[in-house]
Ligand binder design. Structure first.
Ligand SMILES: Nc1nc2c(ncn2[C@@H]2O[C@H](COP(=O)(O)OP(=O)(O)OP(=O)(O)O)[C@@H](O)[C@H]2O)c(=O)[nH]1
Ligand SMILES: [Mg+2]
Length: 203
């Protein structure tokens, strides 16, 4: 889930190798789409949702309700953000407000910063002594500040250019496994489960 036009459907297509409608316009997705995905022999359901926005067009309220149900019932929330958008932080805020209203902020959340290929910033002159603005933050600056906040695990990707997708898959699988083996304790854990329990990052 995430703000509208951030690349949720593009990412869904990539992870589930399906063909969910993706287009560069607001609200390309008008209902929730669920796909079964199997990674490392563990099946789970991946659901693509309608985009969040501050003021929802009236005729979308109904279709948005199913998105809210989906979010309420999900085990893991993948919050997709368009980091190339100048207002991406405001978008995160709008989405988080909705999650807060739904009372789902205690669910595991993976923050996925998408469109790193389209990310641009203004390089400051070395002798520029004025206060740096948000437009001067490089991708590394943003990575550092989001990692430092440590609120949620964050991954920086490009769904369109397929950058860092294996890192995203690994992070997602880490969360899926935690839930899978709590829910199905009798299923034989894969070899790497012990490592995972030790808190090691999977690659
Ligand atoms: N540059 C760039 N564009 C991307 C990336 N991922 C998606 N897009 C483009 O962003 C636009 C929106 O993508 P969608 O996948 O439809 O976005 P969405 O979040 O599902 O949008 P809604 O369903 O309308 O909320 C499309 O034109 C995509 O091609 C990316 O990593 N980089
Ligand atoms: Mg979509």
């Amino acid at each position: 889930m995430g703000y509208t036009n951030v690349g949720k459907s593009t990412l869904m297509n990539l992870l589930s190798k399906s063909d969910v409608f993706a287009e560069n316009k607001l609200f390309a997705t008008l209902d929730t789409t669920v796909r079964k995905v199997v990674i490392e022999n563990i099946p789970f359901l991946l659901s693509d949702t309608v985009g969040f926005i501050r003021k929802l067009p009236h005729d979308l309220v109904e279709s948005f309700k199913s998105t809210l149900d989906e979010v309420r019932e999900a085990d893991i929330l993948v919050h997709v953000v368009d980091i190339s958008h100048p207002n991406f932080e405001q978008h995160i805020h709008v989405v988080n407000e909705t999650l807060n209203d739904l009372g789902v902020l205690d669910k595991p959340i993976l923050l996925v910063f998408n469109k790193i290929d389209a990310f641009k910033y203004t390089v400051r002159d070395e002798d520029d002594l004025t206060e740096p603005g948000p437009e001067h933050r490089s991708l590394d600056d943003l990575k550092r500040s989001w990692m430092a906040r440590g609120a949620y695990p964050s991954i920086f990707i490009s769904a369109a250019q397929k950058i860092n997708i294996s890192e995203l898959r690994a992070a997602l699988m880490g969360l899926v496994k935690q839930i899978h083996f709590i829910r199905y304790p009798n299923t034989r854990p894969p070899e790497d489960w012990v490592e995972f329990q030790d808190g090691e990052q999977e690659v």
